[in-house]
Design a protein around this ligand. Structure first.
Ligand code: SF4
Ligand code: SF4
Length: 354
């Protein structure tokens, strides 16, 4: 890993240099919030943004895509033609960099690699950017507040300059050609450490830090908490739509009206949707909201970790804002923090009584 410094004034030049060879996607203001969008004018890019409303996952896994077309009359399947643009995803926060790593773990799996995801991923350079936590961020509770890898460049704002972490040759060449790079001085290193310190101090420490949450979830699998949480679910699926790591999809064959040709289409799906676990014959393995909400939280905080070693939730806080009935991982943390505290009290009382 290389570290260099660029002047803040050099940033537009870097953006323009990327735009010469790539489609550039970056955060822009929209309404009262921010979204990732294709950039036409470098001045539109906003780097000191709070978390965007939706995540950048759609640039790797579109909400809807045709996988291939078929001809029923000819009993034939056409080759799939994927239109993949070389793209730069610019200004990605550490939580979203961690989310892309989680998606990679699934879609770039060496046994069942997804060719559609892989093609887009390999055509994309990623430029990360440091951030300040908002009131709904809890990446510090799920080990996703730092992104030690998963980017080509990473920019840390130091006021009149950026600290740039460089991890790919392709991005380094564009950086070198378009900016006045210089080596970091002791002052730069001190400013970088101070920026990291300010950020670490800005996280909400009142959000519980629950150790062994996976084990606790197994212990309290049947607790009435899950029924209460589920009773609030509206089945709206907003949580999955905004989540950077929700990756479930449905596949349908759609026939043309003459029933001669058609296409196989993949669309986003969500485990809080009532039909998600319904199978042929009509049986539904998670027919009620309790089971669906519990499953979602289990997959985020327990199941994925068992297989991949990290939680699937990266603490971006988008579902905290999107869910109108306050169903989110922070609620789960609070429940388990209380359970842990009350069982510690009970154990102490039992020990004291002996
Ligand atoms: S958990 Fe919240 S956002 Fe998700 S489906 Fe239920 S009500 Fe909607
Ligand atoms: S579950 Fe919520 S907080 Fe966690 S990654 Fe998804 S949207 Fe972000």
């Amino acid at each position: 890993m290389l570290y260099r410094i660029i002047d803040a004034d050099d940033l537009p030049s870097l953006i323009r240099a990327f735009m010469e060879s790539y489609e550039l996607v970056a955060p822009v203001a929209q309404g009262q919030g921010y979204i990732f969008d294709v950039i036409e004018n470098p001045d539109d890019v906003v780097l000191d943004y709070p978390t965007t409303m939706a995540s950048p996952k759609k640039y790797f896994l579109p909400p809807e895509e045709t996988l291939f077309k078929f001809d029923v009359a000819e009993n034939d399947v056409s080759e799939y033609e994927l239109d993949v643009k070389p793209r730069v995803l610019f200004g990605v926060h550490p939580c979203d960099l961690n989310a892309i790593e989680r998606l990679d773990a699934v879609f770039l799996d060496s046994r069942y690699s997804d060719p559609y995801y892989r093609a887009r991923r390999e055509a994309t350079l990623i430029v990360g950017v440091g951030c300040m936590p908002t009131s709904s961020c809890f990446c510090h509770r799920v080990d996703a507040d730092e992104a030690p890898r998963g980017y080509d460049l990473f920019l840390q704002d130091l006021g009149d300059r950026y600290w740039v972490s460089i991890s790919s040759v392709a991005a380094a060449e564009i950086l070198e050609e378009s900016t006045h790079l210089r080596e970091a001085t002791d002052d730069d290193r001190a400013a970088f450490a101070a920026a990291n310190h300010r950020r670490a101090a800005a996280f909400d420490e009142s959000i519980p830090n629950v150790q062994d949450i996976a084990m606790l979830m197994d212990t309290y699998h049947r607790d009435p908490f899950w029924a209460e949480l589920g009773s609030r679910c509206l089945n709206c699926t907003a949580c999955a739509a905004v989540c950077p790591t929700c990756m479930c999809f449905d596949i349908k064959d759609i026939l043309s009206p003459d029933a001669k040709t058609g296409e196989r289409v993949r669309t986003w799906d969500c485990c809080t949707s009532p039909e998600f676990a319904q199978v042929a014959g009509g049986h539904n393995f998670r027919a009620d909201e309790r089971g669906r909400v519990r499953h979602r939280m289990y997959h985020k905080l327990n199941g994925f970790k068992m297989k991949h070693g990290t939680m699937l939730c990266v603490g971006c806080g988008r579902c905290v804002r999107a869910c109108k009935t306050n169903i989110n991982p922070i609620e789960v943390f609070k429940f388990f923090a209380e359970k842990t505290r009350s069982s510690a009290v009970t154990t102490k009382e039992a020990n004291d009584a002996e």
